[in-house]
Write a protein that binds this ligand. Structure first.
Ligand SMILES: Nc1ccn([C@H]2C[C@H](O)[C@@H](COP(=O)(O)OP(=O)(O)OP(=O)(O)O)O2)c(=O)n1
Length: 121
């Protein structure tokens, strides 16, 4: 029994934001969760994701040859990145969902779908 329950719902950034806020409050960790600390924690977790891929060379999409435990580990480290990112945005007063949707629109204007890209720009 790992104490981890399966969650069967569509997870929103807002839901994760509130979960992280509760997690920090319950442990009296709000004073640790400053923007700079969270940024460093985020970068550290990106390093942990990189460690999983390092020395493997290019890997096919879907990771067909990976063991189940490797996939679980990757999911955990990607989650740490996401959770720190969500918390960092919250502590900076950024609405991450809104900001991301706006950025998608800017990307679409910059990189027009009507262009035929024969090489990466
Ligand atoms: N001050 C902290 C410490 C941890 N966490 C949460 C957010 C991350 O999802 C996770 C990170 O925990 P660890 O620092 O223990 O990192 P790992 O889980 O990656 O463990 P390890 O570094 O031993 O692989 O816990 C947090 O919110 N605030």
């Amino acid at each position: 029994m790992s104490g981890v329950e399966e969650v069967d719902e569509r997870v929103s950034l807002d839901f994760l934001k509130h979960k992280m806020a509760k997690f920090a409050k319950e442990r009296d960790w709000d004073h640790f969760h400053t923007p700079r600390n969270l940024l460093l924690a985020l970068v550290g977790e990106v390093g942990e994701v990189s460690e999983i891929f390092q020395w493997k060379g290019e890997v096919p999409k879907g990771l067909p040859d990976w063991k189940e435990e490797e996939r679980i580990h990757l999911g955990e480290e990607l989650s740490d990145v996401l959770l720190y990112l969500v918390r960092l945005a919250d502590m900076c007063g950024i609405d991450l969902g809104k900001a991301a949707l706006r950025k998608l629109q800017l990307n679409a204007i910059k990189y027009k779908a009507s262009n035929k890209y024969t090489q990466h720009p």
